[in-house]
Design a protein around this ligand. Structure first.
Ligand code: ES4
Ligand code: ZN
Length: 327
């Protein structure tokens, strides 16, 4: 079978990866030791055993606990460097990486520490791995819009080190409209804007992300299939969806990969992409997402593989010339 080899070897862009979700249990324990942070888990195996999620919130509780070991600039550098080295092995040539500053500033870590460490890893990865990497600052939607504004304010001196903003964390009960003003300000500042919507939330949240936040891409968006008018809108405006199959499986959005709607999204002509979301927690990096999804859905062929790789470049915020060179 040559399809897994093609999926692994094809150059691709990764557009939906939370850098805090790339923190492997081994690195969590190494950083805990280095920084003298106490963890509520005895060892790596005990932590891994806690990775049995039932929904988004059950994951987020453990994900925020894992991030508590990140204190120094070098910690953020080491985390992002490890991800970029791993992504390069999967033939990722371009990555747009979410980071959650509020997860760190709430613990007293300066946003300068976070951004400088992550940015230095992106610069070094280009020189050492030939991978291009950009950062997207993501607001936590379970916190207030006022808190998001304060975070944007703290990030202003570092505006040249991130290309856009996103919206993540607990979706249900926190619709996009809650962040209308701060996203308007981000657009005025010339930042790209994306938002998680339609992961667990209804199609109305995807409409809100498009109409109110003016999101250029929708992260997840898999609930769009329940709204025919929305599907037409996404197809006509070529609004990309950054789909994360193993994330959807582990958070019980779909009962199995065989039940995933990626084929329906592609069939409807949407600019769907495949991404890893939180690879250390969901059991695989981007190539594992491709290979396991294609194995579970034999309707997907080499033609779909090419389409998904092509979509990942079209959907990226890389300069037009680079997108064309990648294909
Ligand atoms: C996330 Cl899977 C997912 N959904 C929403 N917010 C997130 N932050 C990190 N992973
Ligand atoms: Zn995500």
């Amino acid at each position: 079978e040559r399809l897994p080899a093609l999926l692994a070897a094809m150059p691709k862009a990764e557009l939906h990866i939370h850098i805090e979700g790339s923190l492997e249990p081994e690195m969590i324990f190494a950083l805990a030791r280095r920084n003298g942070v106490d963890l509520p888990y005895a060892n790596v195996e005990a932590l891994r055993r806690a990775y049995a999620f039932t929904d988004l919130q059950s994951f987020l509780d453990i994900y925020y606990a894992g991030a508590s070991v990140l204190l120094k600039e070098q910690d953020f550098y080491d985390m992002a460097s490890a991800y970029l080295a791993r992504a390069a092995m999967d033939n990722v040539v371009h990555a747009e990486i979410f980071f959650d500053p509020q997860t760190h500033t709430a613990r007293g870590v300066a946003i300068d520490t976070v951004i400088q460490g992550l940015h230095r890893a992106c610069v070094d990865a280009r020189a050492e791995l030939g991978i291009s990497a950009s950062l997207i600052l993501s607001f936590l939607r379970h916190l207030s819009e006022e808190d998001a504004f304060a975070t944007l304010e703290q990030a202003l001196p570092w505006m040249d080190k991130f290309i856009g903003v996103g919206l993540d964390s607990s979706e249900l009960g926190h619709p996009p409209e809650k962040f209308a003003r701060v996203f308007a300000r981000c657009r005025e500042l010339g930042l790209h804007v994306v938002a998680h919507a339609g992961e667990e939330g209804p199609p109305a949240y995807i409409w809100g992300a498009l109409d109110v936040l003016k999101a250029e891409r929708i992260d997840h968006g898999v609930q769009a299939v329940h709204d025919a008018a929305l599907m037409r809108r996404l197809a006509e405006e070529r609004i990309p969806l950054t789909v994360c199959p193993l994330s959807n499986l582990k958070l019980c959005v779909f009962p199995s990969l065989a039940a995933h709607n990626l084929p329906a999204l592609l069939e409807a002509g949407l600019v769907a992409t495949v991404n890893s979301d939180d690879p250390a927690y969901f059991g695989g990096y981007i190539n594992a997402n491709f290979i396991q999804t294609f194995a579970a859905l034999p309707i997907l062929t080499a033609r779909h593989a090419w389409q998904l790789a092509h979509n990942s470049f079209e959907a990226s915020f890389a300069p037009q010339a680079e997108k064309r060179a990648w294909g």
